[in-house]
Structure formats: structure tokens, C-alpha cells
Design a protein around this ligand. Structure first.
Ligand SMILES: *Cc1c(COP(=O)(O)O)cnc(C)c1O
Length: 369
């Protein structure tokens, strides 16, 4: 029932903006269906803007994109995970980031004798999530020199604190660790590119740019610095996603009456309420109950009572002309009162990334292709 609109020109604008800040090659991150914006449409829009490298989340996403982009460098941030992924990688032209010895050794066994594949190596330089230890660099050099059918193309790591201006020293430490690894590879004669920066680091940590940067959230218009001292760095970004929902019914709610499951909201005065066709079945979280706002023309209407599976109530007392068949924005809008993704994510008690991924699972249409 929700209608998601993706403005591809906003995404191209954000790409150009990031390119004007940082001269490194860009590898737009289009994992998780381009953060809900649609993998293929977003990647094609960015390719038309000059992007030649893309980071998908999985081998399958990479194969899907390869059908549309024959020439681009496609990187899979996660390497082979399921048994079948190893075979799928062969001849795919996808560069997988490998994070463990098990993956690496199995890949060496499974690629056909006549094949050569290029891979990336992911290092854990401080996030303790996925990746080789920096101390593995020497053994990795030996491995590559013994297994010439696996060719090292790029080394990478991910920053834990790029979006927190108070933690610049942490970013610096991770940069140094990856530089150290890079030197070891270079001394062993293994040419490679290096990549570390996400959106926040592109905007604020030039020391982390190196060869290729990996912008994600900023491409979609999310400002990684909202609420910090660096907020202005992301103010030129344009939010690409808008989400509308239909008004199903409008009626009075007399003073003292409760509304929705559990009657968690009681009318403090005579009110007019609108029932909106939107709920957690559309990934509009139940945690927005009694917390969020929706936009009707230029007025914001508070959500009252619990968000249900497909229905949510708002206080529409201030907009007497609202009627069934109208629509409200739950994200975005036209004009100054437009709901920004950082606002919706704060009401939702999460981050913009999650809001975009989840709402983007609804039916999408594209403008400014
Ligand atoms: C998601 C992701 C990115 C992009 O991060 P943003 O904060 O969205 O810019 C970059 N690198 C890796 C490894 C990622 O998983």
C-alpha cells in the first residue's frame, strides 16, 4: 500500500558532490538492493554518471548486476558464503572480498585449473567483525605467491568511528594499520589497490581516502554527521527516497476516547483523526507508535496510538480539509516540512540505514531516470 519514489537525479547529484570533495576513484556501495533504492536502477544511474566500480553485498547480487553492466568492476563485500557461491564466482568477473583462511583455501581448490580470478582481502583493523588479522599479511603474501591463479586486486578494511568527529585518532589508527599491511604486500611484489573510506570518511577524513572510496549512505542522501559538530559537511546531500501512504478514513475522536490496540492514546480534547493505510506489514515499524509524524501538505500530523499491521492513526485536527483518497508522506515530502530520514530514524530509534533498507522493500517507482 505504501508508494516509494526514488529520485535518481538526487543520487547522481550526491555522487557528483562526493566526487567534488575527494579525488579518489569511487566504488558506490549498492549492497542490500542499494540500501532499498533498487540495485540495478541505482547502479545504471551511477554508471551514466561515470562510475566504473560497484560494491554489492553478495555474490548473487553481483551476478544480478553483471547482467546489466558488462564492463564495470563489481566487488562483492562478502565473499563466497554458501557452497554454491564458490562455483558461481568462477568466470563471473566479480571480485570477492575474502575474509578468512577457510574461504581463501577453498576458493583456491574450487576454481577450475585454467581459470584465474581476482580477489580482494578484507582486514580487521579494529572493528572486530570480519577480516584477516593484520599479522596474517606475511602468510598471505606467501599464499598469493604460491597460488598464482588467485590474483590479489585490492585490500580493504572498514572504519568503526568515521561518523564520530571526536574519534579522529581511531580512524588514524586504522589507516596506519592498513598502510602497514599494504607495505608488506608491496615488499613481496604484490601490486594492489587499497580502500578504507565509507561516506563519513569521504566527507571528513581525507587521510583515509587512499585509492578507492566506498560511499553508501551519502549517495542516498543520508548525512552521516547529523547531530554532530560536522553536520554541515553533509548538508548538500539530497534525500532520494520519498514514501507516501493513503488516507483511508477521517472521523471524530471525542475527548476521553482511546484509539487503536490497547487504547494507548486518549484524546485530551475533541479531535479529528485520519486513518492511514500503512503499518508494520509495510515495514513502518510498530516502535513508531505515539512517536512519529506524517506530512499532509505542509502540516505535520502526529501518530497517535499503536501502529497496526496495515493501519496507523494520526491527529488531523489542524487540517480540516483532509479526506479519504488524499495521501500523506511518511518520509520526504514537498517543501520545508519534508520529513528527513534522520528524523524518521530518530523516532524509530534506529539509524537511517535501517529505515531506507526496510521502507525500500515496498513497491518503487523512479523519477528523473
Ligand atoms: C556498507 C559498507 C560501506 C558503506 O558505508 P556508508 O557508511 O553507508 O558509506 C562501505 N564499506 C563496507 C565494507 C560496507 O559494508
Amino acid at each position: 500500500m505504501l508508494k516509494v519514489t526514488i529520485d535518481l537525479e538526487a543520487i547522481r547529484h550526491n555522487y557528483r558532490f562526493l566526487g567534488s570533495i575527494c579525488g579518489s576513484q569511487m566504488m558506490p556501495v549498492v549492497k542490500a538492493d542499494a540500501y532499498g533504492h533498487g540495485l540495478v536502477r541505482v547502479a545504471l544511474a551511477l554508471a551514466s554518471e561515470g562510475a566504473e566500480a560497484f560494491a554489492v553485498g553478495t555474490v548473487d547480487e553481483g551476478l544480478g548486476l553483471r547482467e546489466h553492466l558488462h564492463e564495470a568492476d563489481i566487488y562483492s563485500l562478502m565473499g563466497p558464503v554458501w557452497d554454491e557461491d564458490y562455483q558461481k564466482l568462477t568466470n563471473s568477473g566479480i571480485t570477492s572480498f575474502i575474509h578468512s583462511w577457510e574461504q581463501l583455501k577453498r576458493l583456491a581448490q574450487e576454481i577450475p585449473k585454467e581459470d584465474i580470478i581476482e580477489i580482494g582481502i578484507k582486514f580487521d583493523t579494529g572493528m572486530s567483525r570480519l577480516g584477516f588479522e593484520p599479522g596474517d599479511a606475511g602468510k598471505l603474501c606467501d599464499f598469493f605467491n604460491d597460488n598464482s591463479r588467485l590474483r590479489l586486486k585490492i585490500i580493504s578494511s572498514h572504519l568503526a568511528f568515521a561518523d564520530d568527529p571526536r574519534m579522529a585518532h581511531q580512524v588514524g589508527e586504522q589507516v596506519e594499520i592498513l598502510d602497514g599491511v599494504s607495505r608488506i604486500f608491496a615488499q613481496a611484489g604484490l601490486k594492489h589497490k587499497k580502500s578504507l573510506a565509507n561516506s563519513a570518511a569521504i566527507l571528513h577524513s581525507p587521510g583515509a581516502w587512499s585509492d578507492i572510496v566506498r560511499p553508501g549512505i551519502a549517495l542516498y542522501g543520508g548525512n552521516p554527521f547529523t547531530g554532530t559538530s560536522c553536520e554541515e559537511k553533509g548538508l548538500y546531500l539530497k534525500q532520494a527516497m520519498k514514501v507516501r501512504a493513503p488516507v483511508l478514513s477521517v472521523h471524530n475522536l471525542p475527548k476521553g476516547r482511546g484509539i487503536s490496540y490497547g487504547l494507548t492514546f486518549t484524546a485530551p480534547r475533541d479531535m479529528r483523526v485520519a486513518i492511514i493505510g500503512c503499518g508494520y506489514a509495510h515495514n513502518y515499524s510498530r516502535s513508531l507508535s505515539n512517536r512519529a509524524w506524517m506530512l499532509y501538505k505542509d502540516r505535520r500530523l502526529p501518530v497517535i496510538g499503536r501502529v497496526c499491521m496495515q493501519l496507523t492513526a494520526v491527529d488531523a485536527s489542524c487540517v480540516p480539509l483532509i479526506k479519504p483518497g488524499d495521501e500523506v508522506f511518511i518520509l520526504g515530502g514537498n517543501g520545508n516540512s519534508s520529513i528527513e530520514v534522520h528524523e524518521l530514524s530518530a523516532w524509530w530509534k534506529t539509524v537511517s540505514y535501517e529505515v531506507l533498507c526496510l521502507l525500500g522493500k515496498n513497491e518503487k517507482t523512479y523519477i528523473n531516470s
